[in-house]
Write a protein that binds this ligand. Structure first.
Ligand code: ATP
Length: 594
């Protein structure tokens, strides 16, 4: 299930649906066999009826019906042709059903694989991707790949068989002309391969243009308010217009040249058919080939075009599908979060545990180190605070605590057990990380609170009450079923933070990490909120990252982080004495600068 998606994977997935694959192909072969004799039947009548060379076909019809009228021969042959065509039509429709079944299964399997992979990718890999990219990859490319698989299933065997059948019949009719036809085949294939490669390159450019445009449009609309307050609509939309132009140019190039490639191949085929028409007449004049046989030969030659084009189409699609596979594979090769075996659960039957970082050093990707030998500990039930200038590494520490960046050096211990022995899902089930900016789904208040976990109305309302949101929700016409818009746009900054806090309370974690989670609240609201939260936080190990004195004053122990180092630690008073907390300034301005 992991690793790249290759043509071999596609082959294996088709093979796994062996029954439907054979059904599709047997039906296709049946239809082909029914259609094969058709081009020969009417032309034989020309020889046997019009040109007066009685033959086996007319003899057979006369022996059955005891009549040798021309209209009878024509009617019988027409009836046979129509019966064959209708039967082939029926078989082909059945074939389409099974082929679609296979194609849709392949689409589903690929989508399933992508989703399964995304579910487990590491956060650092996620950050390297932009969300617009992910969406276009998993929607558009899956369609192209499954379309290609459909082409393989429906055309490969039946078109090859059709080709073989026609070849045998043509050889039987006139082997010299037939050999001439087949000698041209390798040139056709080489030509279509070249066309496929060229159109593949153009398609790659078109994809790229769409991708960049899509990404930028998403981002511009997401940050539209920022664009407007900066009065930069013209610049942003100007850039987008430029990308729209590039799509136009790339699509024109691809659309035009791909169509020229298609018509070139049709022109080549028609030219060959025309040449063989001439050669056919010459064969009638200079050999024993009859007129009827010559017409039948030409019919077969025209019939040959369809399976040839289907096979050439397959070669072209093989080339054009490569960019889609490449794009899918960039997604599928993003590395996963490590899977630690769950050996021990330090949270079991406990209200809380201690949380300790030992000698933690970390850098984002290949960048410079942002955390250096961090040592800190929150004892069981203790409340610690992390303070320090902006960019000093506080958020990174919080995210490392919940295992977001496993590439760090050093140890993370919950209840003295290393995180690697606990397993990330257990850690996250018991530890809540309140982000600097709370994130919400474009859904109801209820969904955003429960995130699909089973919670009773009483539990939900208690959490809302503790977060001081109960009154607000009660006043809403749709109450808990009110939609809050994309990322909670219909709520104020403070309401969003309170909703995040209600979500936290509802999840009932054993350890809580606040990453400036209350910064959007005014001092008084924040003070009351922590007062309300006091009962909830009591006895739970709590880590608070904050700037305000009101928030950090409640901490049992404070760590001062500067430039990725723990520069100092101690109580509020101790740090204030050495000038790391400027309480006076805070009192004056109602904010604390740490
Ligand atoms: N995803 C990331 N990729 C690369 N570098 C990052 C990333 N996130 C943060 N950094 C860098 O890591 C350093 C620490 O950032 P961090 O967000 O942990 O600081 P902070 O103390 O929480 O800042 P603030 O108080 O402003 O939130 C900074 O130099 C920042 O530029």
């Amino acid at each position: 299930m992991t690793g790249k998606y290759t043509f071999k994977t596609l082959h294996d997935q088709i093979k796994a649906q062996e029954r439907d694959f054979w059904r599709t192909n047997l039906l296709g072969i049946g239809a082909t066999l029914l259609l094969l004799p058709i081009p020969m039947l009417m032309p034989l009548l020309i020889d046997e009826v019009l040109l007066g060379h009685p033959g086996k076909m007319t003899e057979f019809i006369s022996s059955i019906f005891g009549n040798s009228e021309v209209w009878l021969y024509i009617s019988v042959i027409l009836a046979v042709i129509l019966t064959l065509r209708f039967l082939a039509f029926f078989l082909n429709n059945k074939k389409t059903f099974y082929a679609t079944k296979i194609t849709q299964k392949i689409s589903y399997l690929l989508r399933h694989r992508i989703l399964h992979h995304l579910e487990r990718i590491s956060l650092s890999e996620y950050e390297s991707l932009k969300s617009g990219n992910i969406a276009s990859k998993s929607v558009q490319d899956v369609e192209s790949i499954s379309g290609f698989s459909g082409q393989i299933v429906t055309t490969l065997l039946s078109a090859s068989l059709m080709l073989l059948g026609i070849a045998v019949i043509m050889l039987w009719m006139n082997w010299v002309l037939a050999l001439l036809v087949f000698l041209l085949n390798p040139f056709f294939l080489a030509f279509s391969k070249l066309l496929g490669r060229k159109t593949g390159e153009l398609l790659r450019r078109q994809y790229k243009a769409y991708e960049i445009y899509h990404e930028l449009l998403n981002e511009t609309l997401e940050l539209f308010v920022q664009v407007r307050v900066s009065n930069q609509e013209r610049s942003f939309f100007g850039i987008l217009q430029g990308h729209a132009k590039e799509i136009e140019s790339a699509s024109l190039d691809y659309g035009y040249k791909a169509s020229v490639a298609q018509t070139s191949s049709t022109l080549l085929t028609n030219t060959v058919v025309d040449i063989f028409r001439g050669l056919g007449i010459a064969a009638v004049a200079y050999s024993d080939l009859t007129v009827g046989m010559m017409i039948a030969f030409l019919f077969y030659l025209s019939t040959l075009v369809s399976p040839m084009q289907q096979l050439m189409g397959l070669v072209i699609s093989y080339q054009t599908i490569k960019p889609a596979l490449e794009r899918i594979n960039t997604l599928l090769t993003l590395s996963h979060e490590p899977h630690y075996p769950h050996e021990c659960n330090p949270f079991e039957d406990k209200k809380t545990t201690s949380l300790e970082l030992k000698e933690i050093s970390f850098s984002y990707g290949n960048g410079k180190e942002v955390l250096h030998n961090i040592n800190l500990k929150a004892k069981e039930g203790q409340k610690i605070a992390l303070i320090g200038p902006s960019g000093s590494g506080k958020t990174t520490i919080a995210q490392i605590m919940v295992g977001f960046y496993p590439s760090h050096r050093g140890e993370i211990l919950y209840g003295d057990v290393p995180i690697e022995k606990i397993g990330l899902p257990i850690v996250r089930e018991n530890t809540a990380l309140m982000l600097q900016e709370a994130l919400f789904f474009n859904d109801t208040i209820r969904m955003n609170l429960t995130l699909f976990k089973e919670k009773s109305e009483t539990e939900i309302y208690e959490a809302l009450k503790a977060a001081q949101l109960e009154e607000f929700v009660a006043k809403l016409e749709d109450g808990l079923e009110t939609c809050i818009g994309k990322n909670g746009i219909r709520l104020s900054g403070g309401q969003r933070q309170r909703l995040a806090i209600a979500r936290l309370i509802l999840s009932d974690p054993k350890i809580v990490i606040f990453d400036e989670a209350t910064s959007a609240l005014d001092n008084e609201t924040e003070y009351h909120l922590y007062e309300t939260l006091e009962a909830f936080l009591k006895g739970r190990t709590t880590i608070i990252i904050a700037h305000r004195t009101t928030t950090i004053k409640q901490a049992d122990h404070i760590y001062f982080i500067d430039d990725g180092y723990v520069k100092a630690e101690g109580s509020y008073e101790e740090l204030r004495k050495i000038g790391l907390i400027q309480a006076e300034f805070d009192a004056e301005k109602n904010t604390t600068i740490c």
